[in-house]
Design a protein around this ligand. Structure first.
Ligand SMILES: [Cu+2]
Length: 585
């Protein structure tokens, strides 16, 4: 590969002065002009009725190193696709790889055979062929698109998609920036998977040796006896990942410009394979106006956590002629993506240090108030159930986390399930993991109120429980103990039925659960109404329920959006019947 194929920012750094001197800068797209003090804010943008995308092998450069990437139209992240509600769109996708590929339009309401999941909704796109997606654009908001083939998403196959409303914008703004968050590794993604399989905590343990622990020796010993790791918060982390904003590493300081006094809309998209981020802009409150592309009542906050595959739109109004740091710290504090908002290029703001690494609590293990580090006290209800013996917390934990009687018989508790959080509770009102004690405001799902009521006001006619299960040590992940490729029965919904789905997280990890082709109402129990989403982060040892109107006939993917969890089997098919032709297959 020559440096000319290193996209997005490799080009100029590789030899800008010489090349420009030779008058060949016209071969570089405008976005590659970085200068020495921050990069242009614009993303390459595609609009109109006919959009052409070419998926190809490429090189990507970050932190002075180059690695193999899959890019779309030569850029990482892929171009911004900008549509308008009410239009039709044809997206011609050429596969220039030597393997199958696909594009899934994340969060879009469309006919199922345009959804782009190989083996579920279409056959995939063969090498050397072009597939044309065509559908009417029925919604507005911030979305994204990505591969649903193998592990391609990890190496660059993702991009932002913004749909402007047909009518007035309910959350007006003067300027906007699209902020695509992602994670990049120079390891081949199949190597990442192999390492996770060899040792579920491979990357975590690698990192732990680099960080000072905050636990006492006794606490450490307790967790050790349980063969559990309270710092097991992210499977893959900063020990291998570079965290990117719009394709730029933290040192590259991607800069979004503003004029003091402007209302600046930031469209955050978490396009990571595996990384949950905590977002804050020190000194600048953020007003959340959209979640997952759906308008919410404006709510001001100082920090929010964005799980993988979620989107949040916020509006900030910086009035001072100064730079602000945009900090996306990873959930396990092993690294950060960082950008700058500034009135002029070249300005920087102080970058705060990574905060101390959080550790899991008993609540994260589905054990409510049990407190393991405090010398073995436990909540009366747990003691009464034999789940906790004061003074012997490790023994009690070990007992109850392995108690397979705490899930119903419908859950297959074979080798793929090594621990079961015994008493998951609704955590949609909890502050996200690690942000419990922050002194400032932190967004929770309970803060999200829909701007307009959901169109279907029927109460659910029935409910379905789905357990989020796994064996962390062997990196096996499943729904109800069954892996996608090992005979999991599809989840069946009657067309137009209203159903409550209870996601019960029996594991100690966060799982962002996503359903294709539908939005759901996240049940928060709040009087201001339930937010409408396509992805919900289910906290460790937690529960989350959503009410779904199964109004999209077809076969749809339903999965954890952590790429390697999905790849390990944490996925199923949702079948909504009958089809438009009356078919029931
Ligand atoms: Cu998961």
């Amino acid at each position: 590969m020559t440096h000319m194929t290193m996209r997005r920012r490799g080009v100029l750094r590789a030899g800008a002065a010489g090349l420009l001197g030779l008058g060949v800068q016209s071969i570089f797209p405008a976005w590659a002009h970085s200068g020495s003090h921050g990069l242009r804010a614009e993303l390459p943008t595609l609009t109109g009725q006919d959009i052409r995308l070419r998926i190809a092998h490429d090189m990507f450069k970050v932190g002075g190193r180059a690695g193999h990437a899959i890019t779309i139209n030569g850029v990482l992240p892929a171009p911004l696709i900008r549509l308008r509600e009410g239009q039709n769109v044809r997206l011609h996708v050429e596969n220039a790889l030597d393997e199958d590929t696909s594009i899934h339009w994340h969060g879009l309401i469309l006919p199922f055979h345009m959804d782009g999941v190989p083996g579920i909704s279409f056959p995939g796109i063969k090498p050397g062929t072009t597939f044309t997606y065509e559908f009417p654009v029925k919604q507005s908001g911030t979305y994204w698109y990505h591969s649903h083939s193998g592990l391609q998403e990890q190496i660059g196959h993702y991009g932002p998609l913004v749909i402007d409303p047909a009518g007035a914008e309910p959350a007006p703004y003067d300027r906007e920036h699209v902020i695509v968050l992602s994670d990049w590794t120079f390891l081949h993604p199949h190597q990442v998977m192999v390492k996770l399989k060899q040792k579920g905590g491979y990357f975590n343990r690698q990192k732990q040796t680099l960080l000072d622990g905050t636990m006492t020796a006794a606490e450490r010993a307790n967790w050790g006896r349980m063969r559990m790791d309270p710092a097991d918060i992210a499977d893959v982390n900063g020990s291998t990942y570079s965290f990117l904003i719009n394709g730029h590493g933290p040192a590259e300081n991607w800069t979004g410009l503003f004029r003091p006094g402007e209302r600046v809309r930031l469209r955050f998209i978490n396009a990571s394979a595996m990384t949950i981020f905590n977002i804050r802009i020190p000194g600048l409150p953020m007003t959340v106006v959209q979640a997952d592309g759906q308008h919410v009542r404006p709510v001001e906050t100082d920090e929010f956590q964005i799980s993988v595959a979620e989107t949040y739109d916020v509006i900030v109004t910086p009035t001072a002629d100064q730079a602000f740091a945009l900090i996306a710290e990873t959930i396990d504090r092993s690294g950060m993506a960082r950008a700058t908002l500034a009135p002029r290029l070249g300005m920087v703001a102080p970058v705060p240090a990574l905060r101390p690494r959080p550790t899991l609590s008993m609540r994260d293990m589905g054990m409510g108030g049990m407190d393991m580090g405090g010398g073995g006290t436990c909540a009366p209800e747990h003691a009464a159930m034999g789940h906790c013996t004061p003074g012997q917390p490790a023994a009690a934990m070990q007992h109850s986390m392995r108690d397979k009687a705490s899930v119903p018989a419908s859950v297959d508790v074979g080798v793929g399930v090594d621990m079961i959080a015994p008493m998951p509770v609704d955590r949609t009102g909890d502050r996200p993991l690690g942000l419990e004690k922050e002194p400032h405001r932190v967004l929770t799902y309970h803060d999200l109120a829909p701007l307009v009521p959901f169109h279907d006001t029927r109460p659910p006619a029935r409910s379905v429980d789905i357990h989020l299960t796994g064996n962390m040590e062997r990196f096996m992940w499943s729904l109800d103990g069954r892996k996608m490729n090992e005979g999991a029965e599809p989840i069946r919904f009657e067309r137009n039925e209203r159903v409550r789905v209870n996601l019960i997280n029996n594991s100690m990890m966060n799982h962002p659960i996503h359903i294709h082709g539908h939005f759901f109402e996240l049940v928060t129990g709040q009087a201001h109404g339930h937010p409408v989403k396509h992805t919900v982060n289910v906290m460790p040892g937690g529960k989350a329920s959503f009410d779904l109107t199964a109004d999209a006939p077809g076969d749809w993917a339903f999965h954890c959006h952590l790429l390697y969890h999905m790849h390990a089997g944490m996925m199923n098919v949702v079948k909504v019947r009958p089809l438009d032709d009356g078919g029931a297959a």
